[in-house]
Design a protein around this ligand. Structure first.
Ligand SMILES: Nc1ncnc2c1ncn2[C@@H]1O[C@H](COP(=O)(O)OP(=O)(O)OP(=O)(O)O)[C@@H](O)[C@H]1O
Ligand SMILES: [Mg+2]
Length: 450
């Protein structure tokens, strides 16, 4: 664990370096140091750290340049930027480049420790945006927004359900922003992405020495989300034994860090999200009924996109605007034919599927201003292609070859819909993520061999 948790400190001011060293080693964190940007660049190229604390003004290479080379979205290592002469512009740029957090100097030691502990967690603290827009005007979607606005002002637990890609995470963010907690943190933890034995630690944190390898104390998401909103995504994947503990915490609103005798209480609004049918899981004995009732005080179901009528067109126009901006191309519009087809398609991957389809369409339409039906991709042009057609020629087929071809096509299609996200692709196929990965590996072996 310590091998992974090492933190690289890049700071040229010796007094600040000493201060950081004193507060973090006291908590048991293992630190490595770089004197300047170039030294840090080399260290980050050679080995992996869990977190980097970097000053923005550094000799050699600036902290922001380091961040853009080694940090940001999709990277394992999290950057905590510190700055003495910081301007709002620096902070905004650091966050845009994907910094995990920004800390102006001078800082209080506990503040540094707390932020580092949160950076070492698998959870995500959402950058404060405030600008979440929910696009949609269909009665089914308007009902969702009304319910979110209704419950925003009270701290009641909300259970968001709906198929993959229907906007559960976005709805949770909207709820947070509309609530009096908007100035507090929004923390989200993907329960399915954390192995079960570590989930308890992620939820409640631990104190130093709680278990072998617990060299440093660490906050859990409940503490990180104090005075804010905690989104527990894919709650249906939690094991039965952890469900029991979790229920107790929800009832008493108090918990202990692992290995700690002290009880803590926090003020958190819990939002749980799932694309699994929890009621069905309860029936099958995979989810505790009492926890289900506790979570579903205020359930909000995100309807599938195919049940939202012309919302697909409103969303497509919205994505045209945002994608054109993001991809740096001039604003595109959709032809009437294309819009017509969008409302009739079944959208198995829902809004995310639509967003990915539009991104590809914006690219393949090249410098044309109008996105035509033909730019939307094969299965959208030809409605019959949605259903797999089964034909057996007179001279028969080779069963295994046809089945493995179909398996391959389904896997590739699901990855296309999910934009390469294996967890979502597996969900679309009703497979476990590990099963999908195993199948992908075999596909790779087959294509290399052939
Ligand atoms: N009503 C909406 N307006 C604008 N964008 C939306 C809307 N609903 C979803 N999106 C966008 O669609 C994508 C998928 O949404 P989100 O991640 O919230 O879905 P989800 O239900 O959490 O999916 P999953 O179950 O796979 O985790 C995101 O990029 C989100 O911003
Ligand atoms: Mg989600």
């Amino acid at each position: 664990m310590s091998e992974q948790e090492e933190i690289l400190v890049v700071e040229d001011d010796p007094s600040i370096r000493k201060l950081i060293e004193a507060c973090l080693t006291r908590e048991g964190h293992q630190l490595d140091f770089a004197q300047d940007g170039l030294d840090a660049d080399q260290k980050l190229t050679e080995r992996s750290y869990r977190a980097v604390i970097a000053d923005i003004q550094l000799p050699g290479m600036t902290g922001l340049r380091l961040l853009s080379r080694h940090g940001g979205a999709g990277k394992f290592v999290r950057f905590l930027m510190v700055s003495g002469t910081s301007t709002i512009g620096d902070a905004v740029q650091a966050m845009k480049l994907g910094a995990y957090d920004f800390l102006p100097k001078p800082f209080a030691p506990e503040d540094l420790v707390n932020r580092v502990e949160s950076a070492l967690s698998s959870a995500r603290v959402e950058p404060q945006s405030g600008g979440t827009v929910l696009v949609g005007d269909s009665p089914a979607f308007r009902h969702v927004v009304e319910q979110l606005e209704l419950v925003a002002n009270v701290p009641t637990t909300v259970l968001l359900t709906g198929e993959t890609g229907t906007g559960k995470e976005l709805a949770a963010r909207y709820l947070h922003e509309q609530s009096p907690r908007a100035t507090g943190p929004m923390v989200s933890l993907h329960c399915g992405a954390v192995p079960d034995n570590l989930l308890e630690d992620e939820l409640f944190g631990h104190v130093r020495g709680a278990f072998t390898g617990a060299d440093a104390s660490r906050q859990g998401v409940f503490e990180m989300a104090d005075k804010g909103t905690l989104l527990l995504d894919e709650i249906g994947t939690m094991s039965l034994s952890l469900q029991a503990k979790f229920l107790r915490v929800l009832q008493e609103l108090r918990f202990r860090r692992l290995g700690d005798s002290r009880e803590r209480s926090v003020d958190v609004r819990l939002v749980a999200a799932t694309n699994a049918d929890l009621e069905d899981k309860v029936k099958r004995g995979e989810f505790r009924a009492d926890l289900y009732y506790r979570l579903s005080v205020f359930p909000v179901r995100l309807p599938p996109l195919s049940a939202r009528g012309r919302d697909a067109v409103l969303l497509a126009r919205h994505f045209c605007r945002s994608l054109s901006r993001r991809l740096g191309v001039s604003l595109k519009t959709l032809s009437t034919d294309a819009e017509e087809r969008l409302t009739r398609y079944s959208w198995p991957g829902n809004v995310r599927h639509l967003e990915n389809t539009l991104e590809r369409a914006v690219i393949v339409s090249r410098d044309r201003r109008v996105i035509e039906l033909g730019d939307l991709g094969m299965d959208l042009i030809d409605p019959s292609a949605e259903r797999a057609s089964v034909t057996i020629p007179d001279d028969g087929i080779h069963f295994d070859t046809v089945v493995s071809q179909l398996e391959r096509d389904l896997i590739l299609k699901s990855l296309e819909i999910s934009g390469g996200n294996k967890k979502q692709a597996a969900d679309l196929l009703g497979l476990k993520r590990t099963t999908l990965i195993e199948k992908l590996r075999r596909l790779g072996d087959v294509s290399r061999a052939s």
